[in-house]
Design a protein around this ligand. Structure first.
Ligand SMILES: Cc1cc2nc3c(=O)[nH]c(=O)nc-3n(C[C@H](O)[C@H](O)[C@H](O)COP(=O)(O)OP(=O)(O)OC[C@H]3O[C@@H](n4cnc5c(N)ncnc54)[C@H](O)[C@@H]3O)c2cc1C
Length: 485
C-alpha cells in the first residue's frame, strides 16, 4: 500500500506519530505472537479527532483500528500498513455523581474504579485486571467473577458515544438508538468506535469475605462451581488450575500471599492426588455492614480434606489484586502467550471434556506453567445480542493462557495447533470461543463463529461502515471490500 497518505493527514488537536518506536509498539500486543506494523499512530484529543481520522481513512481507503491497552492476544487492535487510533489518549472523567460516571472511551477501569471509590461507589462489574480500557472491554466482553449473575460490563451501560465507520458521531443507549447500542457491544470496534460511556455506579461493598479451597480433579472443581453458581450464597466464583505443588495450593489466588494452611496437611492431601495438576476455587461474598444474607456452608464443598482457608479483605484490595498472567510476567519476564479462551456448557459433557483434557495436558510441558482460569456464566444474564455464547443454561469460561518457552516459531505453532484441536472438541459439546485470545488468522473463522448472526453482522457492517474502514478482526470478512492494503 502506498505511504503517501500519511503526509496528507489533516491537523488535529491530538498528535500523529510516525516514529519507528511508536509504530513498533502499535505492532505488538500482550500475546506477543502477531506483529502488524501500522504507518501512523494517532492519539486523539477528543471525539472530533476520531471523526477526522475516520473520515480521512474513508477518503483515502486506509484501514483504521482502535487500540486500548492491547491486552488481547491475537493482534485484534493492529492495522498492518494502516492507522492505529491509540484511544488511551482519551481518558478523562467527564462527570461523576453517586449514580453514574461519564468517561472517555480510552480510560482504564482502574481510573474509573478509583474515581468511584472516592465516593464510596463502584461499577457493578469489574474485570480481574483493571489496566484495560472501557472501550476495549465493552468491545470485547468485560467479564468478571460476578458475571454468572450480574452479566458483563457490556450489560451495565447507561449510554455510549460512538463514531461509526461512516464518520458520524452518535449517541446510543438501551432506550435511544438501540440497534447501534446492540451493534457496538462485543464487536471489536468493527461496527463503531466507543469514544464515551456513561456507566452506572452502586454502593461499594465494605469488605469481601474470601474462601479458597483446593480440589484434586477438575471434575470436582467444576461440580462445585456448577452448584454454587446455581445458588445465591456466593457473589464471585473463580477457579484456577496449577501445577501440583504445596506452593500452588498454599498461595492466595491473584497474589503471592500465603494461606493459613499447615505444610504437613498440604503434603498429605497432595499425596492423594494423581496427575500433575491441582485446582483452586475462590468463592467470595460481598459484605455490606447492616445487610444479612445466606452464607456459604463450607462443609458442603467437595474439596481436598482441610485444604480450605477463609479471610476478609477490602473491596479496593480485592479489585487491585494482580491476576496470574501479570504476576507471571513480573516474575519470569515477558514471553509469547498462545492463548485459548472459550465458554463451554457446564454440564456432564462439558465436565467430561475438561477431565479428559486435563488428564492429557501437562502444566509445564503443554502450558509452560501459564495460568489456567475458570469462572461460571449464565448466558441468560448477558444482553449484548452479538456476543456469541453457548445455548446451555449454564456455562464456564476456560482460559488456557499458555506461555511459550522456548519462544521459537515451532513451539508457538505447536501450542496454537493444540489450542485449535481443543477448540474443535469444545465446539462438539456446544462451546463458543471468547475472542480476545490468539484467534486463527483464517477469515473463514468468522462466519463459522457467528453462525446464524453472520448475515446480520454483514448487513450492519454495510450500514455503519460502507467503505470498510474498520477492519481488524471480522471487519474485512464482513464486507470491508473497499479497504486497500
Ligand atoms: C492480564 C489480563 C487480564 C484480563 N482480564 C480480563 C477479564 O477479567 N475479563 C475480560 O473480559 N477480559 C479480560 N482480558 C482479555 C481482554 O484483553 C479484554 O477483554 C479487553 O479486550 C482488553 O481491553 P484493552 O483495552 O486491552 O483492549 P484491546 O486489546 O486494545 O482491544 C480489544 C478490541 O477492542 C477494540 N477496541 C479497543 N478500544 C476500542 C474503542 N474505544 N472502541 C471500539 N473498539 C475498541 C480493538 O480494536 C480490539 O479489537 C484480560 C487480558 C489480560 C492480558
Amino acid at each position: 500500500m502506498s505511504t503517501s497518505w500519511v503526509s496528507r493527514f489533516p491537523p488535529i488537536d491530538g498528535s500523529v506519530s510516525l516514529e519507528p518506536e511508536a509504530l513498533e509498539n502499535a505492532a505488538r500486543d500482550f500475546g506477543k505472537i502477531r506483529h502488524r506494523r501500522p504507518l501512523a499512530v494517532v492519539r486523539p484529543a477528543h471525539t472530533e479527532d476520531v471523526v477526522t481520522a475516520v473520515n480521512f481513512c474513508r477518503r483515502e481507503g486506509v484501514p483504521l483500528v482502535a487500540r486500548g491497552h492491547a491486552h488481547s492476544a491475537g493482534g485484534q487492535m493492529m492495522a498492518r500498513g494502516g492507522l492505529v487510533l491509540d484511544m488511551k489518549s482519551m481518558r478523562r472523567v467527564l462527570h461523576i455523581t453517586d449514580e453514574f460516571i461519564e468517561v472517555e472511551g480510552g480510560i482504564a477501569w482502574s481510573e474509573v474504579l478509583l474515581a468511584a471509590l472516592a465516593r464510596g461507589r463502584t461499577p457493578p462489574v469489574v474485570t480481574d485486571w483493571l489496566s484495560v480500557s472501557v472501550g476495549g472491554t465493552i468491545s470485547m466482553g468485560g467479564f468478571g467473577f460476578m458475571s454468572f449473575h450480574r452479566g458483563t460490563q457490556m450489560d451495565h451501560l447507561l449510554e455510549l458515544e460512538v463514531v461509526t465507520g461512516d464518520g458520524r458521531r452518535q449517541v446510543c443507549s438501551p432506550t435511544v438508538n438501540r440497534p447501534l447500542f446492540d451493534a457496538v457491544r462485543g464487536t471489536h470496534g468493527q461496527l463503531g468506535l466507543i469514544t464515551g460511556a456513561r456507566i452506572p455506579l452502586e454502593e461499594a461493598p465494605d469488605a469481601v469475605r474470601m474462601v479458597q479451597a483446593a480440589y484434586g480433579t477438575v471434575s470436582d472443581l467444576l461440580t462445585d462451581m456448577k452448584r454454587l453458581s446455581e445458588g445465591v450464597e456466593v457473589d464471585l466464583i473463580h477457579g484456577f488450575a496449577v501445577e501440583k505443588t504445596a506452593k500452588g495450593v498454599m498461595t492466595r489466588m491473584n497474589s503471592m500471599v500465603p494461606m493459613n494452611l499447615s505444610r504437613h496437611v498440604v503434603d498429605h492431601a497432595l499425596q492423594q492426588v494423581s496427575g500433575p495438576w491441582v485446582y483452586n476455587l475462590e468463592m467470595s461474598d460481598l459484605v455490606w455492614s447492616g445487610r444479612t444474607r445466606p452464607q456459604l456452608d463450607v462443609r458442603t464443598l467437595g474439596h481436598l480434606p482441610d485444604l480450605i482457608d477463609v479471610w476478609e479483605m477490602s473491596w479496593r484490595e480485592f479489585c487491585f489484586r494482580l491476576p496470574p498472567l501479570i504476576l507471571e510476567e513480573e516474575h519470569k519476564g515477558g514471553a509469547p502467550h498462545p492463548e485459548l479462551t472459550v465458554f463451554t456448557p457446564l454440564d456432564e459433557a462439558g465436565i467430561a471434556l475438561m477431565q479428559s483434557e486435563f488428564d492429557r495436558l501437562h502444566p509445564e510441558e503443554d502450558i509452560g506453567l501459564g495460568p489456567v482460569l475458570f469462572f461460571p456464566l449464565k448466558p441468560e444474564v448477558i444482553s449484548a445480542p452479538l456476543l456469541r455464547l453457548p445455548e446451555a443454561p449454564l456455562s464456564f469460561f476456560l482460559g488456557l493462557l499458555r506461555r511459550a518457552e522456548p519462544a521459537t516459531p515451532q513451539r508457538i505453532r505447536a501450542l496454537l495447533d493444540d489450542n485449535e484441536a481443543i477448540y474443535r472438541r469444545v465446539l462438539d459439546v456446544g462451546g463458543v470461543r471468547y475472542l480476545p485470545d490468539t484467534l486463527p488468522e483464517d477469515e473463514a473463522f468468522w462466519p463459522a463463529h457467528f453462525g446464524p448472526l453472520w448475515q446480520q453482522i454483514c448487513t450492519l457492517k454495510e450500514r455503519t461502515d460502507p467503505a470498510g474502514v474498520l477492519g481488524s478482526t471480522f471487519g474485512r470478512a464482513a464486507g470491508a471490500s473497499l479497504t486497500r492494503e
